[in-house]
Design a protein around this ligand. Structure first.
Ligand SMILES: [Zn+2]
Length: 238
């Protein structure tokens, strides 16, 4: 039998690699509409078990699909009009809401895709852990904002680059308030070895499934008092 030439095998491998990268890149940029996706649409009802990032990214440019995913009682979201990009600032396919995953928070605007990710995280990660560790639910999320026409702060390497906040594709969370009125904050409770610190570290780790960037106080001084979550094009969980 004739052996295949190593060069031909290498070419095929290279082609397969390019095909894989193109496939992954299309999902990464949110370019694969649900009708072309091999994955089922994401649902807020239960924690998604596979290809979470790819399924969330299919919501990016499909406002009708995204609105159909953001359902009561998981979130009380309402669509808001787009604001055309100007100097890198504005938003498309965004919503406003006052509660997510059973916790109150006043948000406007946040991209629909981010709202879905936030709801999945609060309902299926934060709330079960709060019940397990403290025997009660989180009733309010500390909100430090979503939209801001500004650049990335706290990192000289990214100086001059627009933050995901400039397109309402990010949210900053400062802490959690429980049903009995007790509060846990990033600034006060992140460090240490008590239950509050453990809770914050665990919810931070669990956020990395839903958000591409999930930064906390260990990342840099600019994040000492909040989690920063976004679904931009970078991937960091620190
Ligand atoms: Zn932020």
């Amino acid at each position: 039998m004739r052996q295949k030439k190593p060069r031909r095998i290498f070419s095929k491998l290279l082609l397969a690699l390019f095909a894989f990268l193109a496939f992954a890149g299309a999902f990464w940029f949110g370019l694969v509409p649900q009708r072309l996706s091999p994955f089922p649409p994401i649902s807020l009802e239960k924690p998604p078990s596979f290809f979470v990032d790819a399924r969330l990214s299919s919501l990016r440019f499909d406002s009708a699909l995204c609105q159909s995913v953001l359902k009561q009682p998981h979130i009380d979201a309402t669509a808001i009009p787009d604001r055309n990009l100007e100097s890198g600032c504005g938003w498309t396919n965004a919503v406003k809401f006052t509660s997510t995953g059973g916790a109150k928070i006043g948000v406007e605007p946040l991209t629909c895709e981010m709202a879905a990710a936030l709801t999945l995280w609060v309902e299926h990660e934060v709330q079960p852990l709060a019940k397990e560790m403290f025997g009660q639910e989180v009733v309010r999320l500390g909100d430090m904002g979503t939209y801001g026409c500004r650049n990335i702060v706290g990192n000289p390497f990214w100086k001059g680059v627009r933050s995901q906040h400039a397109t309402a594709n990010a949210i900053d969370i400062s802490g959690f308030t429980f049903a009995d009125g007790r509060s846990i904050s990033l600034l006060k409770d992140w460090k240490g070895s008590d239950k509050e610190s453990e809770f914050l570290h665990k919810v931070h780790r669990s956020a990395c499934r839903y958000f591409r960037v999930a930064l906390g106080p260990d990342f840099n001084a600019a994040h000492a008092n909040h989690f920063h979550f976004d679904r931009g094009l970078m991937w960091t969980c620190k």
